[in-house]
Design a protein around this ligand. Structure first.
Ligand code: AMP
Ligand code: MN
Ligand code: MN
Ligand code: MN
Length: 281
């Protein structure tokens, strides 16, 4: 294993809405100094076997991961599951159920774009999806860039695809209770992904954290590629207050589309208990 230890427990491949195949994500992580990696594709664990094999060849410690889309009090929220048994039937069935809603949602998104005079968006987004079952808003954003509406996917999310804007459709994701059951039954650890990204006030966030903790959630991402330095400090305080372990993940999707590259995150605040203590690494 390379030294010093550099953990990245949140990133994506073409199995969901990342830009690199699983083995290439691992190779990039290794080249950039990551020593311990979890691949956490949205709602799908099909990339884990290839990623694990690539990691073994590059002497990188690999941890099974997934980022599950849930809803809580009508807010879309993401949970990262780590260190689970990737053959566990209830987890596989749960993820299949979450995925099955995505294609129908994507069709409705396409209809919403057609209604405002932009045809062919479903088909266009699908062409960007490495895994057609895992069509995501990121693929829609790439298509809208490709047809010249915007320069970068990031700009698309300022005008489209978000609540109140064209192309957003309501969707029923998994419940918090179900997603935690799948992760825990499969022997994994549940982590709240990028807590600063949700449109949730501080009292509601505390309520979420209380419920997450009461249901067995053990960690939150304190250091995330999408967190500012102040947000890191804020969620470090909440981790201490609630007794959560802390995770660290870039949320890397590709060199062109990420907040921060693999291996380039700041360290966890030193007094926090790192989530890797729960994962034997
Ligand atoms: P979905 O799971 O289909 O709702 O899509 C969510 C994905 O869209 C996220 O995982 C990101 O990859 C992408 N995304 C969401 N919001 C933004 C944003 N503001 N800028 C860039 N990408 C975004
Ligand atoms: Mn994504
Ligand atoms: Mn996410
Ligand atoms: Mn993510």
């Amino acid at each position: 294993m390379s030294f010093p230890r550099n953990f990245d427990f949140h990133c994506h491949s073409t199995v969901s809405d990342g830009l690199l195949p699983p083995a290439d994500v691992v190779a990039r992580a290794a080249a950039r100094g990551v020593s311990h990696l979890a691949l956490t594709d949205h709602d799908d664990i099909d990339g884990l076997a290839a990623a694990r094999q690539a990691a073994a060849e590059l002497d990188l410690v690999f941890v099974n991961g997934v980022e599950i889309s849930i809803e809580w009090e009508n807010h879309p929220i993401h949970l990262v599951g780590l260190g689970f048994d990737a053959q566990y039937p209830a987890l596989l069935a749960g993820l299949a159920a979450v995925r099955s809603g995505r294609v129908e949602r994507a069709r409705r998104m396409g209809e919403a774009f057609a209604a405002i005079g932009i045809p062919g968006v479903f088909e266009g987004a699908m062409r960007h999806a490495g895994n057609p079952l895992l069509i995501s808003r990121a693929h829609f954003a790439r298509h809208l860039v490709e047809i010249g509406l915007f320069k970068e996917p990031r700009q698309v999310f300022e005008h489209y695809l978000v609540p109140g804007k064209p192309g957003y459709v309501e969707h029923r994701w998994a419940s918090l209770a179900d997603a935690l059951d799948w992760i825990h039954a499969a022997g994994g650890v549940a982590v709240l992904a990028h807590p600063a990204r949700y449109k949730i006030g501080s009292a509601q966030m505390r309520r979420f954290l209380s419920e997450f903790k009461a249901r067995g959630g053990q960690a939150i991402e304190v250091v995330s590629g999408s967190h500012t330095a102040d947000q890191v400090l804020h969620y470090a305080r909440l981790a201490r207050h609630f007794g959560f372990y802390a995770s660290r993940g870039s949320d890397f999707h590709g060199a062109e589309e990420s907040y921060v590259d693999l291996g380039a995150l700041p360290p966890l605040p030193e007094d926090l208990l790192p989530v890797w203590r729960l994962l034997d690494c």
